[in-house]
Write a protein that binds this ligand. Structure first.
Ligand code: PAF
Length: 280
């Protein structure tokens, strides 16, 4: 496996692969890889001749009061996992490699980016779209793999690719969970032992909500109330949002009469966790 820290190195390798007619899969990550990332890499390895994993904590998607400084990192462990899974190249640039001091160009998707997490993280999705656009251009990948855990991110990246005619297929992959249902996330490491136990309330509440929708409940507000009540029964939990939105424009809906995303963001002992389910 090649370890590249510069854009030039990646581009040179990509040029070679393209000359040989090989397809390329890209798995964009911020590192501290877990089984959720592993599932994306495994799928990319199955579906492409060559796989690039980017491992970059993207500073421009963090707000001033967010966890950029403390975001967990372990590049050696990431390299081992990527190599074991058959990754061909891991791209691990410094922020200065990605953002020149006079960097002024940003990519954004409106409407979808201001809902759900966009309300409390106003710059987040423009930061994501900008870095992802750069990674798509650098890697010239045929396919890129994103987890459904970040469902809003997945919807936004798909829309950006469609609207701006990027020559890449976006592949959404299922949420990977711990045995007790908690969605895997690099941020789970912030949870104390007690908070980690209580964090399962998100999945429990969403399971109940999903069962309601699948058995025909059409009133989105009833689904939201049921999920909120379960989460609020846990004293360590503080809801940021519980919403049912249409799985196209991500706008709040009162009536469930088409594909929907039900998404939650909850602080458990001050650690912000997200989870969701989609009913197509
Ligand atoms: O989902 C993530 O880890 C990040 O938002 C991404 C897509 C790698 C962009 O920095």
């Amino acid at each position: 496996m090649l370890v590249a820290t510069t854009i030039k190195e990646v581009k040179e390798q990509v040029r070679q692969w393209k000359k040989e007619g090989l397809t390329i899969g890209l798995v964009p990550t911020m590192g501290y890889l877990h089984e959720g990332h592993a599932s994306l890499i495994k799928r990319a390895v199955l579906e492409n001749d060559r796989v690039i994993v980017s491992d970059f904590v993207n500073p421009i998607q963090f707000g001033p009061k967010e966890d950029l400084g403390t975001y967990p990192r372990d590049f050696d462990a990431d390299c081992k996992l990527c190599s074991d899974l058959g990754t061909d190249l891991i791209f691990h640039p410094e922020p200065s490699e990605m953002y020149a001091p006079d960097f002024h160009s940003y990519v954004g998707v409106d409407t979808l980016s201001t809902e759900l997490c966009g309300k409390s993280r106003p710059i987040h999705f423009n930061g994501v779209c900008t870095v992802v656009s750069k990674l798509f251009n650098i890697s010239e990948a045929d396919r890129a793999y994103f987890g459904q855990k970040d469902a809003q991110q997945l919807a936004i990246v798909k829309r950006m690719v469609r609207d701006l005619n990027f020559n890449i297929e976006i592949v959404g992959c299922p949420i990977i969970r711990e045995n007790d249902g908690l969605a895997k996330s690099s941020r789970n490491t912030y949870l104390s032992k007690e908070a980690r136990e209580k964090a399962t309330i998100l999945h429990k509440a969403l399971e109940k909500g999903e069962a309601m929708v699948r058995s025909g409940e059409k009133d989105a507000n009833k689904v939201v109330s049921s999920i909120s009540n379960i989460i609020e029964s846990e004293p360590l939990a503080k809801i940021d949002y519980v919403e049912v939105v249409d799985w196209n424009e991500l706008q709040k809906t009162d009536v469930i009469d088409g594909p929907i995303l039900t998404a939650v963001a909850v602080y458990i002992d001050n650690v912000r966790l997200i989870d969701n389910f989609i009913v197509e």
